[in-house]
Design a protein around this ligand. Structure first.
Ligand code: 5GP
Length: 209
């Protein structure tokens, strides 16, 4: 009988623009860590590649995947649908690979509720300030100011879900934040609990609200 250790599910969520996608890419460079590529009905940004950043599909195709029960989780974020297909993920986890999920709080709740038998580590990432968040959102391929304002409004709502996560980290400096996340993962993957300063996080959240 094979005693191969099963992989862990590593969930990273954040309000849009907190730098999560960059962090996910850095973490995936570590041995045995793979990113889950989501399906979305959103149109690709100029720097995005189909099959690398997302699988870009239309609403009918997305609905078919829902009907066929292909999704581990899915959610409507802003005006688009996003979902994680079970295919590939489960087999990779069974092979002992760690999978990183860049998904929102709705998807995270669904994964928690599923109570799968894989180790689950959930991390919520915060921007250092609202000012920095606005700058990051404005620098994207989103010329439309309305979109930035919409995402800033959504930010305050998304923030409230930090309590459902195992860990919360502040992305003040990309390298520092990445190191903190890797410390958390190394500790957790060795079946220990990482101690973090919840009081500091709570006071940071108060500032952001
Ligand atoms: P963006 O459009 O900026 O790439 O992503 C918008 C939001 O959708 C981000 O918070 C991202 O984490 C989330 N997202 C991306 N893929 C998925 C997914 O498969 N499921 C869920 N629930 N959220 C996702």
């Amino acid at each position: 009988m094979s005693l191969k250790k099963r992989g862990a599910m590593i969930v990273l969520s954040s309000p849009s623009g907190a730098g999560k996608t960059t962090l996910v890419k850095l973490i995936s460079k570590n041995k045995n860590h793979f990113v889950s590529i989501s399906h979305t009905t959103r149109t690709p940004r100029s720097n995005e590649i189909n099959g690398v950043d997302y699988f870009f599909i239309n609403k009918d195709q997305f609905q078919k995947l829902i009907n066929d029960n292909e999704f581990l989780e899915y959610a409507k974020v802003f005006d688009n649908y996003y979902g994680t297909s079970k295919k590939n993920i489960i087999s990779k986890l069974d092979e002992g690979k760690n999978i990183i999920f860049d998904i929102d709080w709705q998807g995270t709740e669904q994964i928690i509720e599923r109570k799968l038998s894989y180790k689950l580590i959930t991390i919520f990432i915060l921007p250092p300030s609202k000012k920095v968040l606005r700058e990051r959102l404005s620098n994207r391929d989103m010329k439309d100011k309305l979109i930035v304002e919409e995402r800033m409004k959504q930010f305050s709502k998304d923030l409230l879900h930090w309590k459902n996560y195992n860990y919360v980290v502040i992305n003040d400096d990309l390298n520092d934040c990445y190191k903190r996340i890797m410390d958390i993962l190394d500790t957790e993957l060795n079946n220990k609990k990482f101690l973090y300063d919840k009081i500091l996080i709570e006071s940071h959240i108060k500032k952001l609200i």
